[in-house]
Design a protein around this ligand. Structure first.
Ligand code: ZN
Length: 360
């Protein structure tokens, strides 16, 4: 099985057992290739005594995602670098650096298209971006947010920014004519979770206004940390977004800069789905053994996309729960899970110290 063959299949069609066999062969090959082309990775694997061929997905070696903040790990020559992605960190915080070649970058774009078409269909819809236009104009501050918006713009047309650059309030002189023209047809809305919440839903609530976008499909991503601080969970988010906008199709997705393209999208039943070229394993934080269904643990993400850096198997610092396998009411196959938030900082350090020592 090659990555191209994996891409030729519908993205949620494979029953888990079959999918695991396919992923295992691709991921074992990637492990061999990254060991051959990325010396620090090979050294870490050797130091842990990891065998060269795993017999199951859970036996594949994994790196803590934090390692990409302290080390530039790549499996390509510097002249083959096509793009360097960095995570959005606050000042003084270390950011991840992810080295992409053209091949990996191409796979990332293709992956997002395959996944999003399953939820949005193939026709491009009028698109309302729940952000302000400067987020993509100001190249000096070109952020993960800007890159995410441009990535999603492939699925929309008549792209319109809903927020005012100066005030960050809903820009009615733009929104009203947009809804006048397209309000009766399917509209694609995209934004970052916190932006959607604070500057659109909450802004509507505070202004005592509402809009009617009954055929809208809202896709949002970007972490729940700030919303958790306001005690807003996914169902509250959905209920109040619906109340303010009449949008009932709302899809969150989970993904990270260390595995761009491998996104886990929330289906109509409210579960995050692993696509055909990626998977998820939940591990117990203290001994990293595999957790049972329904048991909280650290999320490990597997992806066939990272060819230019050893990011195909990463232990994140996020806590999640495996919800099911081939049994989602929406009919999609594979594993489903939920994300609950971040592991407290002190515990994260304990997990990654061993790796940092080896990679130095
Ligand atoms: Zn589902």
């Amino acid at each position: 099985m090659t990555l191209d063959e994996l891409f030729d299949q519908p993205v949620y069609s494979q029953p888990q057992k079959m999918k695991e066999a396919q992923l295992l062969s691709v991921l074992n090959d990637m492990d061999v290739r990254h060991r051959a082309n990325c010396e620090p990775y090979a050294a870490m694997m050797a130091a842990q005594g990891k065998p060269k061929e795993a017999g199951a997905l859970a036996d594949l070696p994994f790196l803590p995602v934090r390692l990409f903040k302290s080390h530039l790990l790549e499996s390509i020559k510097p002249e083959d670098r096509f793009k360097m992605l960095t995570s959005s960190g606050t000042t003084g915080q270390q950011v991840s650096r992810i080295s992409l070649d053209r091949v990996t970058s191409g796979f990332q774009t293709k992956a997002v298209v395959k996944i999003m078409q399953d939820f949005l269909g193939k026709a491009r819809m009028p698109m309302l971006v729940l952000d302000h236009p400067s987020v993509v104009k100001d190249r000096a501050n070109f952020s993960a947010r800007g890159a995410g918006i441009l990535g999603m713009s492939n699925f929309g047309r008549k792209m319109t920014y809903a927020l005012d650059d100066e005030t960050m309030l809903p820009n009615w002189s733009v929104i009203d004519p947009f809804l006048e023209e397209f309000g009766e047809e399917p509209i694609f809305l995209f934004g970052f979770t916190f932006m959607v919440w604070k500057y659109f839903v909450r802004a509507l609530e505070e202004a005592g206004r509402s809009v009617s976008i009954p055929k809208g499909i809202l896709v949002h991503s970007g972490g729940w940390k700030k919303l958790q601080d306001e005690a807003v969970d996914n169902s509250t988010f959905k209920e109040r977004t619906y109340a303010a906008t009449k949008i009932s199709k709302i899809h969150n997705f989970y993904g990270m800069v260390e595995q761009v393209g491998s996104i886990f999208v929330e289906c109509e039943a409210g579960r995050l789905h692993a696509p055909s070229f990626a998977d998820v394993i939940i591990r117990r934080p203290h001994d990293w053994s595999v957790a049972d269904f329904g048991e909280e643990g650290l999320i490990q993400v597997l992806s066939c996309l990272p060819q230019s850096y050893p990011g195909h198997s990463l232990l994140t610092e996020d806590i999640g729960t495996l919800l099911g396998e081939d049994d989602c009411p929406c009919g999609r196959h594979g594993r489903t899970f939920a994300v609950h938030g971040r592991l407290p900082k002190a515990e994260v350090r304990g997990c990654s110290d061993t790796f940092d020592g080896q990679a130095a």
